[in-house]
Design a protein around this ligand. Structure first.
Ligand SMILES: [Cu+2]
Length: 140
């Protein structure tokens, strides 16, 4: 009679120890969005709606690729904004609508006053976070 249990255990441990299956990011979209940020192997592109950020509630569409030329999607994208010189954030947490791996749109961004804002993009690969930022100035 065949003894199946050790084989099953071996299989399960191999799966647990193996690399996480990562999806490809939409690199075509990455090159099409108007705003580009890059740091090491991580590339982000985004576009806001409206295109020119004003005081109000823009939405932001973000594409993120990690691992350089391999164009892998991060496990998570997080977007936030604040005014470093005033020491405050947005007072709201934007909601994410996932479009595809590495591609999301964020609604509920609230830029409630004119001045110097900083948009923060955090991309995660498992527990590793990389932060890219972009300064924007909102006219009165
Ligand atoms: Cu402020």
């Amino acid at each position: 009679m065949r003894h199946f249990l050790p084989g099953t255990l071996l299989c399960a441990s191999l799966i647990a120890a193996g690399p996480a299956l990562a999806d490809h990011c939409p690199s075509d979209t990455l090159s099409k969005l108007p705003e580009q940020l890059k740091d090491g192997g991580t590339a982000i592109a985004y576009q806001t709606n409206p295109a020119k950020i004003e005081v109000g509630k823009p939405s932001i569409e973000v594409v993120a690729c990690v691992d350089g030329d391999k164009h892998m999607a991060p496990s998570r994208i997080r977007v936030d904004a604040g005014m470093p010189m005033h020491g405050h954030g947005m007072n709201y947490t934007p909601s994410e609508r996932k479009i595809s791996p590495g591609h999301s749109s964020f609604d509920g961004m609230v830029f409630h006053m004119p001045g110097h804002w900083q948009i923060t993009f955090d991309v995660y690969e498992g527990d590793t976070r990389q932060r890219l930022t972009r300064k924007v100035s909102l006219k009165r």
